[in-house]
Write a protein that binds this ligand. Structure first.
Ligand SMILES: Cc1cc2nc3c(=O)[nH]c(=O)nc-3n(C[C@H](O)[C@H](O)[C@H](O)COP(=O)(O)OP(=O)(O)OC[C@H]3O[C@@H](n4cnc5c(N)ncnc54)[C@H](O)[C@@H]3O)c2cc1C
Length: 468
């Protein structure tokens, strides 16, 4: 941001901006607008700020992590791959196949970038991998099958199976590649930094769920009005909606009057919301590893398991990250499962509303076939019995838009134009949109993307007031 500060003409009142949602994007917009002297009111439906929390990140959130001494973890390159019969692949084999798979995915990004709209809408990333793996490993049917099975890990990046990932718009998911950094502790210090100025200077109103936004016909037709669930009507100069895409999908037809322009509605309908969920299983001790943090793979993948027909008849693959490999002060005897698509849907419905004993026993029964294959497991050893199991339920959460974050599925015709349409918003009606679903293309769906979208939006608003 430049240091130029807007001084408002005495005849004008200070512009009063309403930001709906105090997640990363809303807070970042507020920060910039407040620095420039705008008056900001934030209406947040939850009883806390921060929105959907993130765990893995890149710049500029990484810079904030460093500035706030938030420990970042670089996963080791080791990985354990169990085949569908529960056999552990040799390390060299696992790493050779995984390297090949990631090479093919990188190629797919390039192919998608280059050919974009000439690629049929129905083509998936899986289709691409299937063709390329045959070309790269001619005649090696066993390895071809293994790579195709391993490619299902894509689902844990976007929240839906790789067979649903649009090849045409795979380039818009490129943020899923590259080095992964994982925040070892919580997001708190980073959030505190982003929220510092908004907490000091904005009027942040928690537990204020917005239910209606009444926009003027044009900018000369008056202010924009916001109605909260408590029935309060508030008037503002501009309204920035940072509610998640899933919220917009569910509420757009009733929440905006007059209705949103058809192009924005079709964009909201066309982009999907992923179903990523996490399950944390904590043991008394990290039985699978010794005291050396890095002796055990950061990542373990159980490919289409055929050995748990009672709990997992559809053979949904499972994968974990090993939180016992963190730096000594943050190390935890915990494995973190990432679930997506039908599996996450099934698990969430299985445990939703259950008492804690039932929650524990249902999840333990589901995940035991996998963690019991980890080294040193013994069903007689108390250290191999989970001490606690936590699971997320983003899909049940209206404030999160009933899901994790945006993704781009097969059948999409013009995902890039859809994002641009929402990002553009309706400034002519004093209505704007920000959030991870409006982020720069290379960061869609991420915390960094949310941050950058808030920043870009605030800058556009500033530009508009500067050039008036
Ligand atoms: C399971 C999961 C894993 C993820 N993993 C990663 C990762 O590894 N790396 C990464 O970079 N990102 C990850 N993300 C994505 C990242 O968390 C989001 O992109 C980012 O937090 C979104 O910020 P936002 O400001 O766009 O939206 P939000 O944080 O959702 O903010 C929107 C705010 O609006 C509020 N709100 C909603 N409706 C209303 C209403 N009607 N009235 C008032 N307030 C309302 C909500 O409560 C919320 O606070 C993950 C997300 C999930 C769910």
């Amino acid at each position: 941001m430049g240091s130029r500060k807007i001084s408002f003409n005495l005849a004008d009142a200070t512009p009063h901006i309403c930001i709906v949602g105090a997640g990363i994007s809303g807070l970042r917009s507020a920060d910039i607008l407040l620095q420039q002297g705008f008056q900001v009111t934030m209406l947040e439906g939850r009883d806390r700020i921060g929105g959907r929390h993130a765990t893995g990140n890149r710049h500029p959130i990484r810079d904030l992590a460093i500035a706030t001494n938030t420990p970042l973890h670089h996963w080791n390159s080791k990985q354990n791959i169990y085949t569908s019969s529960g056999e552990l692949l040799l390390d060299e084999k696992a790493s050779e196949l995984s390297t090949l798979l990631w090479d093919i995915i990188e190629e797919a990004f390039e192919y998608s970038k280059k050919n974009e709209k000439s690629i049929p809408e129905c083509a998936s990333l899986y289709d691409y991998v299937a063709v390329r793996v045959k070309e790269k490993l001619p005649g090696q049917v066993g390895d071809q099958k293994l790579i195709l099975s391993m490619s299902e890990m894509w689902g844990a990046y976007v929240g839906h199976p790789i067979t649903r990932q649009s090849l045409r718009f795979a380039w818009m998911e490129e943020c899923c590649g590259g080095e992964e950094l994982f925040i070892e502790t919580t997001y708190k210090a980073i959030l505190d930094r982003i929220a510092e100025l908004p907490l000091e200077k904005a009027d942040i109103r928690l537990e204020e769920r917005v239910v209606k936004v009444q926009t003027p016909r044009d900018r000369d037709a008056g202010k924009i009005s916001v109605t909260t669930e408590k029935g309060e009507h508030l008037l503002f100069d501009e309204v920035l909606m940072t509610t998640p895409l899933g919220w917009l999908k569910q509420h757009k037809d009733v929440a905006f009057a007059p209705p949103l322009p058809p192009r924005i509605c079709s964009a909201i309908d066309a982009i999907s919301v992923g179903h990523l969920e996490k399950v944390y299983i904590t043991f008394p001790l990290a039985f699978w590893t010794d005291d050396q943090a890095d002796d055990f793979a950061g990542y373990t993948n159980w490919l289409s398991p055929e050995y748990a027909p009672e709990t997992n008849p559809r053979c949904w693959p499972q994968e974990i990250w090993n939180l016992a490999s963190f730096s000594p002060e943050n190390r935890r005897p915990t494995i973190l499962f990432y679930l997506y698509g039908e599996c996450s849907n099934y698990i969430i419905n299985l445990v939703h509303g259950k008492c804690s004993e039932e929650h524990y026993s249902l999840l333990d029964a589901f995940f035991r076939p996998y963690y019991s294959l980890l080294p040193n497991f013994s069903s007689y050893d108390e250290n191999c019995k989970p001490k606690a199991i936590l699971s997320t339920e983003w899909q049940k959460d209206e404030m999160s838009g009933y899901g994790s974050y945006c993704n781009f599925q097969v059948g999409m015709k013009e995902a890039d134009e859809d994002v641009k349409a929402i990002r553009k918003g309706c400034p002519e009606r004093r209505l704007w949109f920000a959030g991870e679903h409006t982020a720069p293309f290379e960061e869609l769906g991420t915390a960094v993307g949310a941050y950058m979208s808030g920043e870009a939006l605030a800058q556009r608003m500033l530009e508009m007031y500067l050039t008036r």
